[in-house]
Design a protein around this ligand. Structure first.
Ligand code: PHE
Length: 448
């Protein structure tokens, strides 16, 4: 591919797998179950579903419109659609947010690779629950091993992304995503067949209004945006590689439904097993790394299930990390007019340094805090609680108020067998519902 040729996704299936690959990640399998576990199960799920359908899908379509109309990276997209204005700051915000998320995301992807390796070498079974805590804590506070794994993850991702959109991202996603679904279903069925599994299903699906706090509801809205990769130009970048044969509202709905299904299936894989073994669902962020190993170790063929689970988590995390990477690479390539390979080498070096710093914040740098938070927590908080909602609000406002309605109309109807008629309702959502809802969430998270 030459410098000027941006490339595109070759097939509709490739489009779907790559965008689903971005959306389905640590957010679904690691974050969603523990958030749900801490926020009352079914009540959280209901708000989450509403947020996905009422805000997530319209916001995703908005990002798709910007990306496919401009066929540019997230900064130049705004330069093209609103020339000589300050809207391009929103593009820069996306690149910065993507960079910040990458700096801690690569750390957790590295953890999954490590857990995959130790389960493959049969060293993850046979401990007591307390010992799994110790295993995890010893690992994350070690200055070398997590660094080694995060660098490995960065190199793997860098190589895939440097191969371009079609040969790298699309090809890998088409293999990895179907594999992930098969694994999830197998693990879910296994979990549901354990004794007392229905307790876990009850926790997930039987609604109890008294468990729904305002905090939990807002958490569900934030989770929906994070999980759908919204608010940082990621889907603007991916849709800039869409051809005109892609039906935007239909694709967004498919992605949202698959993402939701994966989150729910992750719950089905985790909660019945957890309840069956008499464990608590509100363990927090350590759920997947501290509690699940002890679930596996009490199951027949425990290490086989463990390997399958960490393969799955690794695949999901890697395809999301690829999309974060791509936002930055497409910007760097087009802005500085350098080759993808060179951009990937430079960015990998930067991520390796930043990732190492955030990883060390669990160990030797744990005393270095910013407003009481470690560097890792600061990156997480800054991006998820502040920058993503901010990006989401302004992207909706941009399409709702600034973009020509004819552009919206054309983008929504290109190659759609059904004419998209609800355009007024859609614009109303972008202008009012989404910004107000996110703003409420934003203010609430800050106050907390
Ligand atoms: N959606 C990804 C996940 O669920 C995280 C992500 C956020 C990826 C923003 C890209 C952009 O893990």
């Amino acid at each position: 591919m030459t410098k000027g040729d941006r490339g595109h996704f070759a097939t509709k299936f490739g489009v779907l797998m790559a965008t689903v690959g971005s959306a389905v990640g640590l957010g679904n399998i690691w974050r969603f179950p523990y958030q749900m576990g801490m926020n009352g199960g079914a009540a959280f799920l209901i708000v989450y579903i509403l947020a996905v359908f009422l805000m997530g899908i319209p916001a995703m379509v908005a990002e798709f419109i910007i990306g496919r109309e401009s066929h540019k990276n997230t900064v130049d997209a705004f330069n093209t659609l609103a020339p000589c204005t300050r809207w391009n700051l929103l593009g820069y915000l996306g690149v910065i947010t993507g960079g910040i998320i990458s700096c801690y995301y690569c750390v957790v992807v590295g953890w999954t690779l490590y857990y995959l390796c130790i389960s493959a070498s049969n060293s993850l079974v046979g401990y007591s629950p307390e010992q799994y805590n110790v295993v995890f804590n010893n690992f994350v506070t070690n200055p070398y091993i997590p660094t080694l794994f995060l660098v490995l993850v960065i190199v793997i991702t860098g190589v895939i992304v440097s191969r371009g959109v079609q040969n790298g991202i699309e090809r890998m996603s088409k293999i990895m995503m179907p594999m992930l679904f098969i694994l999830l279903i197998v693990l879910g069925i296994n979990s549901c067949m354990m004794p007392n599994a229905f307790q876990g299903l009850k926790f997930m699906f039987v609604y109890d209004a008294s468990k729904l706090t305002f905090d939990g509801a807002m958490g569900a809205v934030g989770q929906a945006f994070y999980s759908l990769s919204l608010g940082m130009g990621c889907l603007i970048t991916y849709s800039s590689y869409f051809k005109d044969n892609v039906d935007l509202p239909k694709t967004a709905s498919q992605i949202a439904i698959v993402d939701l299904l994966v989150a729910v299936l992750s719950g089905v894989m985790i909660f019945p097993a957890l309840f069956s073994l008499g464990m608590q669902p509100d363990e927090g962020a350590g759920l997947v790394f501290k509690v699940l190993p002890s679930v596996f170790s009490q199951m027949a063929l425990g290490s086989v299930w463990a390997i399958m689970f960490y393969v799955l988590l690794f695949i999901a995390a890697l395809t999301s990390f690829m999309s974060l990477y791509e936002v930055i690479i497409s910007f760097v390539v087009e802005k500085f007019n350098i080759t993808r390979v060179r951009a990937c080498i430079i960015m990998s070096a930067i991520f390796a340094v930043m990732g190492t710093i955030s990883s060390l914040s669990f160990g030797v740098l744990s005393d270095f805090t910013i407003f009481g938070n470690t560097i890792f927590d600061t990156f997480d908080y800054l991006s998820t609680t502040i920058l993503l909602p901010f990006g989401g609000i302004f992207t909706s406002l941009f399409v709702g108020w600034r973009l020509d309605k004819k552009v919206i109309n054309t983008q929504l109807n290109i190659n759609s067998p059904f004419k998209f008629k609800a355009i007024k309702v859609y614009i109303f959502f972008l202008r009012f519902i989404i910004p107000i809802a996110i703003l409420t969430m934003f203010v609430f998270s800050i106050v907390n």
